[in-house]
Structure formats: structure tokens, C-alpha cells
Design a binder for this molecule. Structure first.
Ligand SMILES: *Cc1c(COP(=O)(O)O)cnc(C)c1O
Length: 370
């Protein structure tokens, strides 16, 4: 974190001087609600574990790290989160293997991305030690909440929002950072039909598209609803300027396979630097799949579809890992993708989830013992 704010440098130094030991207070629930949860039938992100990790940024430093019951939060109506949307988040997962060991996947990448989002929204960065120690302690306490059935995991949602008060349109002076968790089943069932967007945009040059800022998702809901009304499941975002290049698939990065080449858009101001995306690029290269990171024009995708060269399209993100696309709509025409038995999507998904869940070797050092 090169652009660390001065006040945080002070905090980081304080941390150094106490050997990076974060003193986390533990306030356990009186009665766990775990016995009321049906672990054989988990939705995605709708059932929450007993505790959260919380830390508050007050008077220029992070304070009061605590693990406490997951309960309603009280905020003043003038808290700036409500008015100016200073709100950012991350999405990650914890997995438990047969032996009961708990693993995270590239967790410090989530921390550094959270901090990139934070600087763009004039929010304080969070020291990695605080993020990682809060996360690990929470997972230790919530260990029984980590599901083990195929495709399931403990979805982890770190987030930060402005609690500082005032109606003046300026950054808040106080923030809260929370990590909440949700035992979850697989994200999507089935292939999705997508609509290539010709009017709306999720991000613009110079904007905040690269950040996991709450407002980005609020802005996607309306165009997505229009697509749903037309019979699609999801929007393929195109560049805001010309709408001639495909950029993301809903809240996932996009991959296109033309003949045997896998193509994904380069990250930019407008495109989120997904951890799944970069892991897929690496794994594909190491398995002799021809990968190109370059702009993908809508016309080349349409041409490839017409000529039968468009073999696959899929979204990539932590929640679904890989979400195959069945077909797309563009300018009033629907194009269907072939039903292949051997897909890059399923090959890559297995490779990545086997690493995540400790079913295979991890030559990259991505899998971290929690
Ligand atoms: C979170 C997200 C992704 C995927 O990122 P991962 O790190 O792979 O989960 C892609 N695009 C958008 C817009 C996102 O919000």
C-alpha cells in the first residue's frame, strides 16, 4: 500500500511495536443459532453465522477490534453512508477439508483491493495485519459454520462504511469495518442467458468501476432488471463510450473462447481486477491454453458466433467461481452457444476449486491455512 494515509502509518507503526499482535476482544453469543440451520440445503449469502469482527476508525486510528454477536447496528441518520455512499466491500470464501483444516484463497489480495477501493473513496486503509488477524480469529470462532458439502463454503464479506455524521458533502471522519460470514451453497444453478448492453454502462473512464464500491452495484440493478424483463438473466457490460467492447458479465469478469483461444478484457479504470480472473489466466497458461488479455469487440463475438467459432463464454468471480453462459442477445437477435462436453469452463473450475479446497497441490502458494 504505497498511498497509505499518514494517520494509518502511525497505526501500522504502533502495530509493529507490539509485534503485530492485534488485541481482539471477544464477546460470544449466549446461544448459538447453528442448530436451526439446515446445512444440507444452504442458499447463497442469506444465512449468517453467529459473530462478526468489527473495528472502528475514530480520531484518525483504527480502534476497538472486537468479535461480537451479529446483531443490528445503530447509526445516526446523518451518518454519511446514507447520504454520500462511502461504502466498499470484498467477497471471499473459507473452505474446510476432510480433515477439518480451514483454508482461504489469496486473502491478502482481497485486503489490498479493499484498500484500493478505500483510497478511491477517501476512506481510511486498513492495515493488513488487522484485516488478517480479525479474519483468522473470526474463522476460528465460526469454524463450525464452515460447510463441507460439495460446492459449499463459508462466504466472507468484509466491508467498510462511513459512520461519521453530517449533511455536508465531504468525506466522513469516522468509519466502521466489519467482517460478516454466511455459510453458503453453490451460487448459480444452470447456464445463464445474457444481454449485451447497448445503452447503459456500469463504469466510466476516471470513475470507480475498478473499486468494489456499493454504488456500482446499485447502478447495475436497473439495466439488469430491464434485461430480465426481456428474458435474460444478466447484462454483459460494454465500454461506456462506444458500447463496442465487452467488459464484464454482471458482477463478474468475462471470458470468451473463440476456437481454442481464451480471451479476457484487460483491467482498467472500468474493470474490476478479479482474483478469480487472474487465477484463471495463470492456470490456463500453465495448462497450455492459449490466453489473450485484450479488448474484445462485440462484432468479433457476433462474427465468431455466426461462424460457429464461439465455443464458450463465462463469467468469473469468487461467488460462482465460473458461471457458463448459454447464449447472448444483441440488437434484437439471440445467439446460442454450443453444448460442448469438454469445456475450458469446467476444466478451469475444477482446477481452481481443487486448489481452494485442498484437493490438489497448490504450486502457486495461493491457498492459505487459516
Ligand atoms: C467482485 C467482482 C469481480 C470478481 O472478483 P473476484 O476477486 O474474482 O471475486 C468481478 N467484477 C466485479 C464488478 C466485481 O464486483
Amino acid at each position: 500500500m504505497q498511498k497509505k494515509q499518514t494517520n494509518l502509518c502511525t497505526f501500522a507503526k504502533n502495530l509493529d511495536s507490539i509485534q503485530m499482535a492485534v488485541d481482539i476482544k471477544i464477546q460470544p453469543v449466549e446461544t448459538s443459532k447453528i442448530s436451526s440451520v439446515d446445512f444440507s440445503n444452504l442458499p447463497f449469502g442469506k444465512v449468517f453465522s453467529d459473530h462478526i469482527f468489527q473495528c472502528d476508525y475514530i480520531n484518525g486510528s483504527w480502534q476497538n477490534p472486537v468479535i461480537k454477536p451479529n446483531e443490528a447496528i445503530q447509526l445516526n441518520p446523518a451518518a454519511k453512508i446514507f447520504h454520500y455512499g462511502q461504502s466498499i466491500f470484498e467477497g471471499m470464501k473459507a473452505y474446510k477439508d476432510d480433515k477439518g483444516s480451514v483454508f482461504l484463497f489469496r486473502p491478502t489480495d482481497n485486503c489490498s483491493r479493499l484498500n484500493k477501493s478505500a483510497s478511491r473513496l477517501m476512506m481510511p486503509e486498513i492495515p493488513e495485519e488487522l484485516f488478517m488477524q480479525g479474519l483468522k480469529k473470526l474463522l476460528e470462532i465460526e469454524s463450525d459454520w464452515i460447510p463441507t458439502t460439495e460446492g459449499s463454503s463459508l462466504y466472507i464479506r468484509p466491508f467498510m462504511f462511513a459512520t461519521g455524521e453530517g449533511f455536508h458533502a465531504s468525506p466522513a471522519d469516522a468509519y466502521t469495518f466489519i467482517i460478516a460470514t454466511a455459510p453458503s451453497g453453490a451460487y448459480f444453478s444452470g447456464k445463464v442467458k445474457v444481454l449485451i448492453e447497448e445503452k447503459y454502462a456500469r463504469a466510466a473512464n476516471g470513475g470507480v468501476g475498478f473499486a468494489k464500491a456499493g454504488g456500482n452495484y446499485a447502478a447495475q440493478f436497473y439495466p439488469t432488471q430491464l434485461a430480465i424483463e426481456k428474458g435474460y438473466n444478466q447484462v454483459i457490460w460494454t465500454d461506456d463510450n462506444t458500447h463496442q467492447f465487452i467488459e464484464e458479465a454482471g458482477a463478474m469478469n468475462i471470458f470468451v473462447r473463440i476456437k481454442d483461444t481464451l480471451i479476457t478484457s484487460p483491467t482498467s479504470d472500468r474493470i474490476l481486477d478479479g482474483i478469480t480472473r487472474k487465477s484463471i489466466i495463470q492456470i490456463a497458461k500453465d495448462n497450455n491454453i492459449d490466453v489473450e488479455v485484450r479488448k474484445i469487440s462485440v462484432s468479433e463475438v457476433v462474427e465468431a458466433a455466426k461462424e460457429g467459432n464461439l465455443k464458450e463464454m463465462f463469467g468469473a468471480g469468487t461467488a460462482a467461481v465460473i458461471s457458463p453462459i448459454a447464449g447472448f442477445g444483441y440488437q434484437g437477435t439471440d445467439y446460442n452457444l454450443p453444448e460442448l462436453s469438454d469445456t475450458f469452463a469446467s476444466f478451469l473450475k475444477k482446477k481452481i476449486t481443487d486448489i481452494q479446497t485442498n484437493k490438489s497441490e497448490d504450486p502457486y502458494g495461493w491457498r492459505i491455512h487459516a
